[in-house]
Design a protein around this ligand. Structure first.
Ligand code: DGI
Ligand code: FE
Ligand code: FE
Ligand code: FE
Length: 187
């Protein structure tokens, strides 16, 4: 499928603001893919589909976790944690995407995970720094992304975890595993 078809498919499934965010992620992910030698088309498709499940019903998503034997730990965490793995399921079952790298970029875009591929890092970072994002420190993350993808990824993970701790939110185990993996790789 082409870009315009994917965009037409996701548009009715989200509010305008989320669609605009998705366009931003798409453009940022393509730029990063070009910069770091990743497949631009894969980055484009993963970015367009990354939040496709964001507004799906929780009951339905939890049912998918059970019937598709996704990580049981997801049950009870709500749509913020469910929409990545369920988004990957929709990409595979509805859009017939078979590329595991592309599916994993959607699946792990919220939590990250240990041993992330270059495409996974690109989608994770693009999601956080796309031009419509506004939070204290985002410009520093944008500058890092221009210089070094691994350092940008590490900074994005640290920023997310610090935010979750500051706002007293629970941290999903895979997010911590991702952080530990990042720290073990740093020199
Ligand atoms: O879907 P987006 O808003 O574009 O971004 P996202 O999928 O990266 O993150 C969605 C939300 O999930 C965001 O508010 C941060 C939050 N989040 C990320 N990791 C964790 C988390 N929330 C909890 N409770 N625990 C996590 O480990
Ligand atoms: Fe998301
Ligand atoms: Fe994210
Ligand atoms: Fe997003």
């Amino acid at each position: 499928m082409e870009r315009e078809q994917y965009l037409a498919a996701i548009k009715p499934r989200m509010p305008e603001k989320r669609y605009i965010h998705t366009i931003g992620v798409m453009e940022t992910a393509i730029d990063l893919a070009r910069m770091y030698g990743e497949d631009e088309k894969k980055a484009e498709t993963a970015a367009i589909l990354h939040d496709i499940a964001k507004y799906a019903e929780i009951e339905w998503m939890e049912q998918i976790v059970r019937t598709e034997k996704l990580d049981e730990r997801l049950i009870g965490w709500g749509s913020e944690l469910l929409h990545g793995p369920v988004g990957a399921y929709i990409a595979e079952s509805e859009f017939r995407i078979k590329d595991d790298e592309l599916l994993n970029a959607i699946r792990f875009h919220t939590t990250g995970r240990p041993n992330m591929s270059r495409l996974e890092k690109i989608i994770f970072v693009a999601d956080m720094i796309e031009p419509n994002r506004q939070f204290a420190g985002v410009d520093r993350l944008r500058k890092k992304a221009q210089k070094n993808l691994d350092k940008a990824m590490s900074a994005c993970v640290r920023h997310t975890l610090a935010f979750l701790i500051d706002t007293r939110q629970p941290i999903y185990p895979l997010s911590i595993e991702c952080y530990n993996d990042m720290m073990n790789r740093e020199d």
